[in-house]
Design a protein around this ligand. Sequence first.
Ligand code: GTP
Ligand code: MG
Length: 195
Amino acid sequence: MQVNKAEFKCSSEKISQVPKDDLRDFAFIGRSNVGKSSLVNMLTNHKGLAKVSSTPGKTRLINHFCINNSWYLVDLPGYGYARVSKDKRGEFSKIILDYVLKCEKMHFLFVLVDSRLEPQTIDLKFIELLGENGIPFGIIFTKADKLSASQLRRSVERYGKVLSEQWEELPPMFTSSSEKGLGRDEILGFIEKCL
Ligand code: GTP
Ligand code: MG
């Protein structure tokens, strides 16, 4: 898929504020700092469209970016960052849970995980929650530029093994690097097939 137009639509602090049209959302979730906002910029070829920071907890709201006037890429706040969630109950903030579990626009969720790390409990918990609630999702392994090809393959295999202890069928999995533009065609191609 070609991205001919990518524009910021709105930031919402609750799901009653998300756009009221019937365009579908493809959203990015994952731990703070995993690279969600960077991936929005890489996929749209638009540096600075979503705000990126080396300090975790940068994205605080639900951000809708309209692509080709026909669907939304959605950048969500991260989870697992103490300073953001301290005053909120539970591990996953209300804004994230409401969006993921209740927002009718939400069509497909990409869970981003850092390709350098072994499967993290908080991500596995989140994935379990998605499974229990029948939310369609895939996994994107980020920051692949930090690993060699064989390390990356091993990391993806390791994740697959852990997931297959719980799941009969593995979700779609992608590897990406926002630095190098890796994974762009695969992720956009997948979204195109879903539309
Ligand atoms: P929050 O909004 O805080 O939840 O973070 P986020 O998941 O949106 O992460 P963000 O895109 O802001 O990136 C966090 C840091 O990781 C920044 O310093 C990015 O430059 C860096 N980063 C993101 N993607 C990549 C990547 O593919 N490769 C490398 N090397 N660094 C990356
Ligand atoms: Mg962000």
